[in-house]
Write a protein that binds this ligand. Structure first.
Ligand code: LCV
Length: 256
């Protein structure tokens, strides 16, 4: 990643284009430590972006780091989960500046941002079904807090990209701006945020996080869901999804 401080705005630029900014443990650790550094500098707005004009904002979870059979691929301490929480718990607003296509767990990273501004070519594809992965409860919570349920189901079940204009119509992203306008638009908004009360904003951001995740899940319900998910990540289909990706071929899911 590249990091930059511009007045009270901190900028994180994903910078691993040769691997399509796949969210490896290393890349995620760089992002979370940059956020920790920004917290110490009392940064008042963060912009999370990729290189200008990029075709793929992020290809999502590094598939080569997905555990093989028998282990939850999206457990509490997995890097992607740590990254999502570090964005959601950061005391200042994080603006996702999206150029290009966003895949899998990177969609959830985008949806964990507080405000999303995208270029017309941006698109969002949530892909666990393409890999045979059972998305986790917290991740689904992030998604349904940002996306209307019928659209979340369409995105999860088809794993097809949702284009920026459709995302804007649905209120998933705040603005679409042309490539030559988006940077100044985003930084102007970051500056407006930085000029307001950081204490007020931080308390409201955290209150909204707590309110939006306040869903009663009984222990029985939780264990039922975990049991269902284990059947999936223990399945042949889960292995087939990862193998197919590595062999650069379409997966053949047999439902077992
Ligand atoms: C590792 C990669 C990746 C990658 N991991 O370039 O949400 S969940 O549950 O599904 C979660 C588990 C998750 O996020 O899973 C990952 C979901 N992501 C995807 O399904 C997208 C996978 N990537 C692609 O479909 C293509 O790479 C796109 C369309 C993003 C870009 O295609 P393009 O032709 O421009 P390549 O496919 O040639 O990729 C360039 C290099 O990046 C690696 C890929 O293996 C290749 O590496 P090599 O040059 O060593 O072959 N790469 C891409 N995505 N998610 N590695």
């Amino acid at each position: 990643i590249l990091t930059e401080k511009r007045d009270s705005t901190g900028i994180i630029t994903l910078n691993h284009a040769e691997k399509r900014n796949a969210l490896s443990e290393t890349l995620i650790e760089e992002i979370t430590s940059a956020l920790e550094g920004f917290r110490a500098l009392e940064i008042r707005a963060v912009v999370l972006r990729a290189q200008p004009g990029i075709k793929v904002w992020s290809a999502g979870h590094d598939v080569n780091e997905l555990p093989l059979r028998g282990r939850d691929p999206l457990g509490w301490n997995d890097p992607l989960r740590i990254l999502i929480r570090s964005i959601q718990e950061f005391p200042a607003p994080v603006i996702g500046m999206i150029e290009g296509s966003v895949w899998g767990g990177a969609c959830e990273v985008a949806m964990a941002c507080d405000i999303l501004i995208a270029t017309p070519d941006a698109a969002f594809a949530i892909t666990p079904a393409k890999l045979g992965v059972p998305y986790n409860l917290g991740g689904l919570m992030t998604l349904i807090n940002m996306i209307p349920l019928p659209i979340v189901k369409e995105m999860l079940f088809t794993a097809q990209p949702l284009p920026a204009d459709q995302a804007l119509n649905l209120g998933i992203i705040n603005y679409i701006k042309a490539n030559d306008e988006i940077e100044s638009f985003v930084f102007d908004m970051a500056q407006r945020i930085a000029n307001n009360s950081p204490l007020s904003i931080s308390s409201m951001k955290d209150s909204l996080r707590l309110l939006s995740s306040a869903h009663a899940v009984t222990p029985d319900l939780f264990e039922k869901i975990q049991g269902m998910r284990r059947i999936v990540y223990d399945s042949e289909d889960y292995q087939e999804g990862i193998r197919a990706f590595r062999e650069k071929r379409k997966p053949r899911f047999m439902g077992k």
